[in-house]
Structure formats: structure tokens, C-alpha cells
Design a protein around this ligand. Structure first.
Ligand SMILES: Cc1cc2nc3c(=O)[nH]c(=O)nc-3n(C[C@H](O)[C@H](O)[C@H](O)COP(=O)(O)OP(=O)(O)OC[C@H]3O[C@@H](n4cnc5c(N)ncnc54)[C@H](O)[C@@H]3O)c2cc1C
Length: 402
């Protein structure tokens, strides 16, 4: 990138921590890594407020490839992030699959088209008839369904904070520094970005600055004059229990229920003794960075009716808790924005993951390290995800956004 080999990462969530780890773990990297995080307790980061699930059911081959890598890393995380003090955390991978349901001809066509991409990209996803679905998960009503897609492996859920702390600990052990502070400006040398300015006025020089600022990545891009269409979209997650558990279902998923995506868009998966559920709101406006008020009405108006229609077991349910998180929404095409822009060399973006970034943090962090060290992605070709596509009006739309 430039003569200075030091790297500053803006944002210490899953993406920033993974990028830090992959840089310092690379024997070819001879610089320093400093991660700047404005909210070191992660009270409001997407990483901490995530539903922490992983799927290979995407419509873009690059997303399938990134999540397949994510599943592999999640399984081997203790070894991958081991330090002299011992193995990294076990991420408690519940590999119970996603079950995506379609109730219309158009919905079934989309599942079929996505399935062709998934299988061609190496995913282990099966298309199921309503009878197949009823046989596997007898608690579900299937009379209105046309098709389902079920991930037989590499899909499920895992420990989000374990991933964050494991990457952070392993990066620190290899020399990375994590600093509490807010980046308020970028240092430029002509168009080149060559450092950051912190809120206290201090500056840190860098050969590369990584924009892993999550929902605030648009702000960081603007500091370099870039238009990155990334901002916060509110998601309310509800935790509920059932009077009558559907857990007795004879499932093919190792005795466990999958993460179900109903045709209504409502998703639901087991969490401990209960379930977590949510839905994308309609309308879905950008919200203020400090707006974490739950949208209580979503449960009664949208989620409960959809769940009760899908299973008798979900007719008598009680909300036990709820939380609000912000998706880092890429309004252009709901996909990762990766790499440097010709107008601001030295600023490597890794943002805009639109609600599927936790599972892709292993692949994205590795890709950032490859871009810093080699100028391009290597292990997975992610050149389609380049930031310049926004200015060029070339969307890489992900159809399977939950
Ligand atoms: C409700 C919800 C459910 C989700 N479910 C899933 C799921 O099931 N599976 C999945 O894969 N993904 C899911 N996601 C998305 C996933 O959590 C995110 O894509 C991922 O965590 C993004 O990581 P990140 O590091 O980019 O962002 P974050 O974790 O938000 O981290 C960015 C960090 O940058 C810091 N920052 C911002 N600006 C500055 C600045 N100027 N200076 C210093 N620091 C700064 C912030 O404080 C923040 O901590 C979900 C998200 C939400 C909200």
C-alpha cells in the first residue's frame, strides 16, 4: 500500500477484530495493528446484538463461499485462535440448519434459483416438498406451502461474543493493540489516506486504514469524500417460550429444530429453552444511531400471527425478553462493500454486510489482510464486492436477506 506498513482499524467488532487477527497472524506482515473502538464494552455493536446464526442459503456465490469458510472456522475456532495460554473459545456451534419456506410460485422459483447457486458453490442444501417438510418437522403446518430449502450442514447458530473475544485475544497475543477512542477524521496526503485523527486531537499514521465501523461506516467513508451507502436499520428481536413445546418433533436435524424462515419473512429458532424470533419491518427506515427503542407492536401484529399460523405449538407463547440491534444496512445492494476506492487509496472498507456479517467475519477479516498485504483477495475471489460498484451503478444484489 504505502511505505508505512502499520495498519489502523476503525471499529473493533467482529469484522475489525477478525481483520486484526488475520493481519498479525500472517508471517509476511511486518507492521503494527491498532484497533480503535469508540464503544469498547460493545453495548451497541451489531456483533454483540446479533442473532448469531449462519447459513449457506444466499443468492450470490461469494456469500455462499464466505459462509462455508465461516462454518469451517467456527468448528475449528479453538485451534485457529489458540495462544500460548491455551485454545481459543469453543463457539458452541448448533448445526441445526435453516429451513426456508415458500408458499407461492414466485417464492418457490426464487428458492430453486438460489438453490442452484448454492449447490454449484458447494453448499449442502436440499429442496424439500411439503411432505418432506411435514415428515421432518411434524409440528409445522404445510398445507399452504409449495417448497422448502433445508441446509443439511454448515448452518445453525453459534456464540457471537466468543468469536469476538477469541479473535481479540488471539490478535492481542500476536501483537495487535486495541485502543478505546473515536476516529473523527482521516489524515490525507493528496487522495491517499495515511492515518486517522482521534476525538482527543491526536493522530496515528498508517499505511492502510481499515473501515470496519459497522453502521457508522458511511461516516468514516465520508471523512475521505467517499459515498458509502451504509447506515443503521432497526431490528427488534423477541425471546419467547411456548406452553407446548414442539421439540418432540422427529427431526432429521439431530433431534433439534432448525432456524425457520416463514414465507411471511418471520424467522424463529430455538435459543436455550425458548426461541428467538424477528422480522424485517415494513417500512424499514434508517434510524438515529441512538434509537434502540423496541418496536413492541411487531410481535403482536406480525410475528405472533405468522408463527401461530405455522404451528399449533406457537399459538400459546409468551414474550420473555426483547432486544434491539442495528443492521449495518447497505442501501445500494445489501452486500459487503470491500476494498479501496480509487479516489481514496489507503482506506480499505469492510462494511455494509446488511445483517449477515457475523458469520462472514472470518472470511472478510482474511480478505482485508489479503488486500492490505497483496492488493487483492486470494483465498476467495471477492473482487465483485469492490466499493467502486456503488459509483459505477453496478449492484450485486443479495436476494436472500433476512
Ligand atoms: C438483530 C441483529 C441480528 C443479526 N443476526 C445475524 C445473524 O444471525 N448472522 C449474522 O451473520 N449476522 C447477523 N447480524 C449482523 C452481524 O451482527 C453484523 O453484520 C456484524 O456483527 C458486523 O460486524 P462489524 O464489526 O462490522 O460491526 P459492529 O459489531 O457494529 O462493530 C463496528 C464497531 O465500530 C465502532 N465504531 C464505529 N464508528 C467508529 C469510529 N468513528 N471510531 C471508533 N470506533 C467506531 C462501533 O462502536 C462498533 O463497535 C445481525 C445483526 C443484528 C443487529
Amino acid at each position: 500500500m504505502s511505505a508505512c506498513r502499520d495498519v489502523v482499524i476503525v471499529g473493533g467488532g467482529a469484522i475489525g477484530a477478525s481483520a486484526a487477527f488475520h493481519l498479525v497472524a500472517d508471517p509476511g506482515f511486518g507492521g503494527t495493528v491498532t484497533v480503535i473502538e469508540r464503544d469498547p464494552r460493545h453495548a451497541r455493536s451489531a456483533t454483540a446484538l446479533s442473532v448469531a446464526s449462519i447459513r449457506t442459503q444466499f443468492s450470490q456465490p461469494g456469500n455462499v463461499a464466505m459462509s462455508l469458510h465461516g462454518a469451517d472456522v467456527i468448528r475449528r475456532f479453538p485451534q485457529i485462535t489458540a495462544t500460548e495460554d491455551g485454545p481459543g473459545p469453543d463457539l458452541a456451534f448448533h448445526e441445526a440448519g435453516y429451513l426456508t419456506l415458500a408458499a407461492t410460485g414466485a417464492g418457490a422459483e426464487t428458492l430453486r434459483a438460489n438453490h442452484a447457486v448454492q449447490v454449484a458453490s458447494g453448499a449442502d442444501v436440499a429442496l424439500w416438498s411439503p411432505d418432506d417438510i411435514a415428515a421432518a418437522f411434524p409440528h409445522l403446518r404445510t398445507d399452504d406451502l409449495m417448497l422448502g430449502a433445508y441446509g443439511r450442514s454448515n448452518e445453525g447458530w453459534f456464540d457471537n461474543m466468543g468469536m469476538l473475544s477469541g479473535y481479540r485475544r488471539a490478535a492481542r497475543a500476536r501483537g495487535a493493540t486495541f485502543v478505546a477512542g473515536e476516529v473523527t477524521g482521516l489524515v490525507r496526503d493528496g487522495p491517499r489516506v495515511c492515518g486517522v485523527v482521534l476525538a482527543d486531537g491526536s493522530e496515528i499514521a498508517a499505511g492502510a486504514v481499515v473501515n470496519a465501523a459497522g453502521t457508522r461506516a458511511g461516516q468514516v467513508g465520508a471523512m475521505a469524500g467517499l459515498r458509502l451507502p451504509v447506515g443503521p436499520r432497526k431490528r427488534t428481536v423477541f425471546v419467547f417460550d411456548c406452553a407446548r413445546s414442539p421439540e418432540g418433533s422427529a427431526t432429521v436435524a439431530k433431534g433439534r429444530l432448525p432456524l425457520m424462515v416463514d414465507p411471511s419473512g418471520v424467522y424463529c429458532r430455538p435459543e436455550g429453552r425458548g426461541f428467538v424470533t424477528g422480522a424485517a419491518p415494513d417500512p424499514d427506515p434508517e434510524v438515529a444511531f441512538d434509537d434502540f427503542e423496541p418496536r413492541e407492536a411487531e410481535f403482536d401484529n406480525v410475528i405472533w400471527p405468522a408463527l401461530a399460523a405455522r404451528s399449533e405449538a406457537f399459538e400459546a407463547i409468551r414474550v420473555q425478553a426483547r432486544w434491539v440491534g442495528h443492521y449495518e444496512w447497505n442501501a445500494f445492494d445489501q452486500n459487503l462493500l470491500l476494498g479501496a476506492h480509487p479516489d481514496a487509496p489507503g482506506l480499505v472498507s469492510a462494511c455494509g454486510l446488511s445483517g449477515h456479517g457475523l458469520q462472514q467475519a472470518p472470511a472478510v477479516g482474511r480478505a482485508v489482510a489479503e488486500i492490505v498485504l497483496h492488493g487483492a483477495t486470494r483465498a476467495i475471489d471477492l473482487s465483485d464486492f469492490g466499493v467502486a460498484r456503488v459509483d459505477e451503478g453496478r449492484p450485486l444484489t443479495e436476494r436472500a436477506v433476512i
